[in-house]
Ligand binder design. Structure first.
Ligand code: NAP
Length: 437
């Protein structure tokens, strides 16, 4: 029997991209091979594992070992520093490969759409998170922590990551891979109180229980939640009848936070619910946020005519993301328009770009595996094409797996000397020079 080899292009070297590659690798057998080219805009792979996961949660980043194992398999090639829509077109890729899988994530921060959102020091998580994570495009984000109170809007895990980064003692970040430029700003920070504001009730919060349970363990920060708000939420949930385990776990974790003994330290992190941002006030920069007090009536969250305000010099919005638009794809409801992962022709989508910005890193595994099953079902005769060869301009500085390993080793070695997991290079030119030397 003749051996079939299909050429697959995966765009985006984040968790969804790697899990897609892994699903193809697992589907191989004696008669079937997938030659995988992973194309990445940045000079470095790993996506959100590198530029999204909070530096004080290093365990989550250990999944990068799985990515490196996938990258070491036969028939896998990395093409980093190659941008879709600029260095290479979707049309060319579609013609050159048997299947193209877009795993480009959701990198555009959603907007609140309220007055004052454009004031200085109202920053989207889409800028703030990559800034402290050494993303080379975000080193110059202007972050001013010359305020005693910071407000983080949104009741999800990204809001919690950001609030923790602002509320913990910055010396706790010394043994992490936080960007040095951000560490300098955190060390000069005047912020002593961080308030997370969720617009709905505790029962609607998007936090996950393990992350909530970590909060009382913070060494230098006391965490507050109004015990009565959690109690009221539990009563409402009890009336709903059968309740999902995750929701009960979340409410239990919140009760734990409300009731745990406080350390009496200066640094505080508070989680407020039923607080919908109405207006951000300030002359040159953020000075105050006005919130509408919401209430839950008959299971529905509704606004009241009551408001309250928080004086603050910093607002970070962590209210979700939309997929980035590029030539050749249509965005619908913040996602690349698709049906179960199929976009059109031989183009597919996976991860956040497919389903929206929901789910933890592991969620991408089953999602990508489903998309790969669909692709394999749809495959016809392998194309007689050359793949990426000839599609890039001559002299284009591609960073391949060997080049990335050089960058990786350099970062890890400089980290070792400083007692950190790594010191990430933040400069595009130096990254490219390291990866192509
Ligand atoms: P998310 O979980 O969807 O949370 C977004 C939050 O923003 C929700 O509370 C939402 O409230 C709120 N929001 C949306 N629009 C708003 C508005 N106009 N005004 C006020 N609030 C608004 O999104 P995320 O925090 O960006 O996280 C994305 C995914 O990454 C999640 O699945 C998360 O679990 C995951 N993640 C996991 C970890 C971890 O495992 N450690 C860390 C970071 C992120 P409504 O519910 O009312 O819309």
């Amino acid at each position: 029997m003749t051996k079939l080899t299909y050429k697959i292009a995966i765009i985006g070297a984040g968790p969804a991209g790697y899990f897609t590659a892994q699903a193809f690798q697992k589907a191989q057998d004696k008669e079937l091979t997938f030659a995988i080219d992973m194309i990445e805009r940045l000079p470095t792979p790993w996506g959100l594992v590198r530029s999204g996961v909070a530096p004080d949660h290093p365990k989550i980043k250990t999944v990068s070992k799985v990515f490196e194992k996938i990258a070491k398999e036969d028939h896998f090639r990395l093409f980093a520093n190659v941008e879709l829509g600029k260095d290479i077109s979707l049309k060319d890729l579609r013609e050159a490969y048997d299947a193209v899988v877009l795993a480009t994530g959701s990198a555009t921060g959603r907007k609140l759409g309220i007055i004052g959102e454009n004031l200085k020091n109202c920053i989207s998580a889409a800028d703030f998170v990559p800034w402290y994570n050494s993303h080379p495009d975000f080193t110059n984000v202007a972050v001013d922590l010359n305020t005693d109170t910071a407000v983080v809007i949104g009741a999800g895990n990204v809001a919690m990551d950001i609030a923790r980064m602002l509320a913990i003692d910055p010396t706790e970040l010394d043994p992490t891979d936080t960007a040095q430029h951000a560490l300098d700003v955190f060390k000069a920070s005047k912020v002593k109180k961080v308030i997370i504001c969720g617009r709905r009730g505790p029962e609607h919060a998007a936090f996950t229980a393990p992350e909530l349970r970590d909060l009382p363990k913070l060494e230098n920060t006391d965490v507050y939640i109004d015990a009565d708000q959690i109690h009221q939420a539990s009563l409402r949930v009890d009336q709903m009848g059968e309740v999902e385990k995750d929701l009960n776990n979340n409410l239990e974790a919140m009760q734990l936070i409300a009731k745990h003994d406080k350390k009496g330290v200066e640094r505080k992190l508070e989680i407020k619910f039923l607080a919908a941002p109405k207006e951000i006030k300030g002359i040159d920069k953020v000075e105050e946020v006005i919130f509408t007090i919401n209430e839950v009536k008959d299971g529905k969250v509704i606004g009241t005519d009551k408001t309250f305000s928080i004086k603050t010099g910093l607002v970070v919005t962590a209210i979700g993301y939309d997929a980035v638009e590029y030539p050749g794809v249509k965005i619908e409801n913040g996602r690349i328009a698709n049906i179960a992962g199929h976009v059109e022709h031989n183009i597919y989508v996976t991860g956040w770009a497919k389903r929206g910005p929901v789910g933890v890193i592991g969620t991408n595994k089953s999602d990508s595996s489903d998309v790969v099953d669909l692709i394999i079902d749809n495959l016809k005769e392998p194309k007689n094409s050359t793949g990426i060869e000839g599609l890039l301009k001559s002299g284009h500085q591609v960073i391949n797996q060997v080049g990335w390993e050089k960058i990786n080793a350099t970062e890890v070695i400089s980290g070792e000397l400083a007692g950190k997991p790594r010191i990430k290079e933040v400069d595009w030119k130096r990254l490219i020079s390291l990866g192509t030397s």
